[in-house]
Design a protein around this ligand. Structure first.
Ligand code: PGA
Length: 253
């Protein structure tokens, strides 16, 4: 079965309550091509409100992070099963958290485990720094190690249900997206590695590209055979731009 494209909007630590509600309402009011899945990831404070506003639309909601620990005495954290009461997805291991908040591969793996236990669909983010990208033999193995570290212990059926987002760190928020060929090269390598881990899962798993995706470059990226969608930051904060990326995904099928 063909993989359904997914366009995911990561709002990061942006938008006040009113703006988040307005954006969600605008997105809910617009048409969405039936052949594309879409999701938004608001700041946790606005997650419940945004989920309510989108409840009659086909746009799903997700959290930007979850705790690796079960519910309990852990000030300031959000347990995966709490998120699951409101949302269906969760981003795990975004590079901003890995780099700026010290999330290691071990932590990311534990968060992915917690998300799956709670019935959430994790979007596992992986990607290399510019320094690693500049070493021709290093960048693919680096990213594959991140994928293996997060998924190697899970059964095949669960591996296939995870979504992976390849987000080169040098492309995030820089306006310099990876070329379609670079995105394809890495997404194909990730798919092959997933299939090694869990036979058959490679064909099924959805792999997104993220990093400076916008209405202008989306189509070229999304027509690549191993790019199944996009994780969009900046451009997801503007309803028309986010919709244009969704439309590009529909046109790229
Ligand atoms: P960007 O962010 O589209 O603003 O580059 C992507 C991301 O970090 O998910």
């Amino acid at each position: 079965m063909a993989r359904r494209p997914l366009i995911a909007g990561n709002w990061k630590m942006n938008l006040g309550r009113q703006d988040a509600g307005d954006l969600a309402s605008t997105l809910a009011a617009g048409p969405l091509p039936t052949e594309v899945d879409a999701a938004v990831f608001p700041p946790a404070l606005w997650l419940a409100g945004v989920a309510d506003l989108l409840s009659d639309s086909r746009i799903e909601t997700g959290a930007q992070n979850c705790s690796e620990y079960p519910r309990g005495a852990l000030t300031g954290e959000l347990a995966a099963d709490q998120i699951a009461e409101i949302a269906s997805l969760v981003i795990v291991g975004h590079s901003e958290r890995r780099q700026r908040l010290g999330e290691t591969d071990e932590v990311v793996r534990a968060k992915l485990d917690a998300a799956l236990r709670a019935g959430l669909t994790p979007i596992l983010c992986v990607g290399e720094t510019l320094e690693i990208r500049q070493q021709p033999d290093a960048y693919v193995p680096f990213v594959i190690r991140q994928v293996e570290s997060a998924l190697s212990h899970r059964p095949a059926r669960e591996v296939a249900s995870v979504i992976i987002a390849y987000e080169p760190i040098w492309a995030i928020g820089t306006g310099v997206a990876a070329t379609p060929d670079d995105a394809q090269e890495m997404c194909a390598a990730i798919r092959a590695a997933v299939d090694q881990l869990a036979a058959g899962a490679g064909e099924e798993i959805r792999i997104l590209y993220g990093g400076s995706v916008n209405p202008g470059n989306a189509r070229a990226l999304l027509t690549q055979p191993d790019v199944d969608g996009a994780l969009v930051g900046g451009a997801s904060l503007v309803a028309d731009d986010f919709r244009a990326v969704i439309t590009a995904a529909a046109g790229a099928i």
